[in-house]
Ligand binder design. Structure first.
Ligand code: HH2
Length: 268
């Protein structure tokens, strides 16, 4: 039986990403790391040229294009599906021409009015993510009455919008956007009640990897590289609650943790 989940390896070609910023700005280093992630078991490589960490400044279009294009071209034969992590239609368009087949849009088609039409015509898969506000300001006192209900109704509305714009529903994945305009308690509640989001009937993408809330709940501060135990625990719990795409930096470790979880839980 093939696994019923996919691993999405994170590859940030940026100077300022919260965990791997500056490590893969050089395209040959990025390509080498992408190949390592595939060797560890990545089914998808999520390539990004603009950080979305809290407080990040937007990157001009030309710069984002120049960062990601050579890396995508260098990884098309690496053995994984290529995802472009962007909310700009021209970046997605170039990425698709260079060999990407997946668009990860953290604005859920709200960032660029051209994005929905591009996706409808391309046949690419796309991930629509929930975010409250925008990266520069999103962690300023996020408030919800019921975070799960509000994220769920947002994702349902964005899915309906995407389908209305001509995107094939079977190609849409949904993501609650862990850390995007949420407190630690809100992130934990979304993870605990992830099965409610799975009721939307589309694959759920989850991104907890090395995020700050994992440090906030551990006894004492944890640097990004010390957040692997929390990353493993939250991905396993998300798998149990119905997530099927796991966006992570530590692909090999998460692969093994999910294999153990899947074997324990049996077929879904
Ligand atoms: N998280 C980040 C970026 N993109 N996309 C989806 N679908 N889900 C996520 O949770 C998600 C995402 C943030 O992580 P990272 O790419 O490591 O950092 P940065 O945004 O600073 O580049």
């Amino acid at each position: 039986m093939p696994p019923v989940y996919r691993l999405m390896g994170v590859l940030n070609v940026t100077p300022d990403s919260f965990s791997d910023g500056g490590r893969f700005l050089d395209s040959s280093a990025a390509i080498a790391h992408g190949r390592e992630l595939v060797a560890e078991g990545a089914d998808i490589l999520d390539i990004g040229g603009e950080s979305t960490r809290p407080g990040a400044e937007p990157v001009p279009l030309e710069q984002e294009l120049a960062r990601v294009a050579p890396v995508i071209e260098g990884l098309t034969e690496a053995g994984a599906e290529i995802s472009i992590d962007t909310s700009k239609a021209p970046v997605a368009e170039l990425a698709l021409r260079c060999g990407a087949s997946f668009v990860n849009d953290v604005t859920a088609l709200r960032g660029d009015p051209e994005m929905a039409g591009l996706l409808a015509g391309s046949g690419a898969e796309c991930c629509l993510m929930h975010m409250l506000g925008e990266p520069r300001t999103m962690q300023r006192e996020p408030r919800y009455r019921d975070v799960v209900a509000e994220v769920k109704s947002f994702l349902a509305e964005r899915l309906a919008f995407a389908v209305g714009e001509g995107i094939d529903e079977r190609r849409v994945l949904l993501d609650p956007g862990i850390g995007f305009g949420k407190t630690t308690a809100q992130n934990l509640e979304l993870l605990r009640r992830l099965d409610e989001l799975a009721e939307l009937g589309r694959p759920i993408v989850i991104g907890t990897s090395r995020k700050r809330f994992l440090s906030a709940i551990a006894p004492g501060e944890r640097s990004e590289s010390e957040r692997l135990p929390g990353t493993l625990a939250t991905n396993v719990l998300a798998y149990e609650r119905g997530a099927s795409v796991f966006r992570v930096h530590d692909v090999g470790a998460v692969r093994d943790a999910l294999a153990a979880a899947a074997a324990t839980l049996g077929e879904r």
